[in-house]
Ligand binder design. Structure first.
Ligand SMILES: Cc1ncc(COP(=O)(O)O)c(C=O)c1O
Length: 441
């Protein structure tokens, strides 16, 4: 699929019709970012219903990791679908056991890993919250400002990315305390990355755990090792290490949400591996099954100590999703993770070069193929260029490049891990042109 290839200025006539129909009957809550109406996909290319072909640097929010409709994944899905589509969690099937074993091999935790299966990131976070409370017999959770953990009521109580996601849905689950997330780019004036980490850790130890809640009543600290929806923010190493120390000291659990950053995207299987820390619970979803719905909550045998019937569901470990996940893990370990590291470094370098020509780029940051570009009106004051960011997403879309917004004023690139260096060059060229367009408009 040659990308991009724009036949009619998007959105074309068929896309427009479908978008209009969508407005009649589909929930008005979906935050659509561009009128792209998908017809098919292959690798990092996606075609809309008018025959326009785009380079996909979103992968359905970091999900279609093996590329669209990778033949190995499709084959695994078809073979499983021909045998059976569903068997509830009241019985067994081999695919679920095999996936549990595969996850135990790759999970970055101490001890033998056990997996709870669900269907989405938010459900996997819910399971982590319940497990942390159950195991520790403590009710409270510490989470971070700017974080995103999902939109069901338990996970939403941790989510604090945008107020619109919480507005009108209160009260939230009680016992959640939010701390600042260490963002070196937005550290207090003059503070180094390590000082920024220290200040955020001090807020937990000297404010939350002194004035608001006793440490022996906190079940867990839940953290994204790289903040996703919050703007692809990479914290200093000292921040994650400090969290591990706090949890160890007070008998809390460290829960890492790898829903967006996991499964090879950052060049390692899990982003937490960049920090050399072993968490107690790992939450996964999105890319685990290349786009089929699946969420996983993984903990050691010792932590996952809940009894039969304590937590379960109907669809968890769906056989088709398990088949897709097993094929996905094989592909990620068999080369895609290495490609993410290699092409990611190349892309990061080219995007940093772009910052030399476009004053609006405040920072380009990333690991592997999880890359954020933060736009600012002034590099000194770091005033957020939010309107310009939205304009950039649309300017890129019109040129045939799909990118998503993140945080208040960042653009995120989370392409399929099959992205080639040639395709990365194309993405950079289209972003360069789009940045030039928004600078003069
Ligand atoms: C880090 C993180 N956790 C949890 C979720 C929720 O996942 P889902 O949308 O599958 O419920 C997301 C979704 O973007 C996420 O990025």
């Amino acid at each position: 699929m040659a990308v991009p290839h724009i036949k009619t200025p998007p959105p074309g006539p068929r896309a427009r019709l479908i978008v209009d129909r969508d407005r009649q009957t589909v929930s008005s809550s979906y935050p659509r970012c561009a009128p792209f109406v998908m017809a098919r996909g292959e690798g990092a290319g996606v075609e809309d219903v008018d025959g326009n072909v785009y380079l996909d640097c979103c992968a359905g929010i970091a999900t279609a990791s093996t590329g669209h409709s990778h033949p190995d994944v499709v084959r695994a899905i078809v073979e499983q679908a021909q045998r059976f589509l569903h068997i509830s969690t009241d019985y067994y099937h081999e695919g679920q056991v095999a996936l549990g074993e595969a996850i135990a091999e790759i999970a970055p935790i101490e001890g033998r890993a056990r997996t709870f299966f669900s269907n989405s990131g938010t459900e996997a976070v819910e399971a982590a919250i319940k497990l942390a409370r159950y195991h520790t017999k403590r009710p409270n959770i510490i989470a971070f400002l700017g974080s995103f953990h999902g939109r069901t009521l338990g996970s939403l109580s941790l989510t604090s990315s945008k107020s619109v996601q919480r507005r009108g849905f209160g009260p939230m689950a009680p016992g959640v305390f939010h701390a600042p997330y260490a963002n070196p780019y937005r550290a207090a004036a003059g503070a180094s990355a390590d000082e920024c980490a220290e200040q955020c850790l001090a807020y937990i130890e000297q404010q939350i755990l002194v004035h608001l809640v006793s440490p022996d009543e906190v079940a867990a600290i839940v953290v994204e090792p790289i903040q996703g929806e919050g703007g692809y923010v990479i914290p200093p190493r000292a921040f994650i290490h400090g969290l591990a120390q706090i949890t160890k000291k007070h008998g809390m659990l460290l829960v890492v949400d790898e829903v967006q950053s996991g499964m090879g995207r950052t060049g390692k299987m899990f982003a937490i591996e960049h920090f050399g820390v072993k968490p107690d619970i790992v939450v996964m979803a999105k890319a685990i099954a290349s786009g089929l719905p699946m969420g996983l909550t993984v903990a050691s045998d010792a932590v996952m100590d809940w009894p039969v019937g304590a937590h379960s569901n109907t669809f968890g470990g769906n056989p088709v999703a398990c088949a897709a996940a097993l094929a996905t893990i094989k592909l990620v370990r068999g080369g895609l993770m290495a490609n993410a590291a290699d092409v990611g470094e190349f892309l990061l370098g080219k995007l940093r070069d772009l910052a030399g020509h476009h004053e609006i780029i405040g920072e380009v940051r990333g690991k592997g193929l999880m890359i954020g570009i933060e736009l600012v009106r002034d590099r000194k004051t770091k005033e957020r260029a939010a309107i310009e960011r939205d304009a950039l997403v649309m300017a890129a879309f019109r040129r045939g490049l799909l990118v998503l917004a993140a945080g208040q004023n960042s653009v995120r690139l989370s392409p399929p891990l099959v992205l080639t260096k040639d395709q990365a060059q194309i993405a950079v060229r289209l972003l360069d042109e789009s940045l030039a367009e928004i600078a003069i408009s």
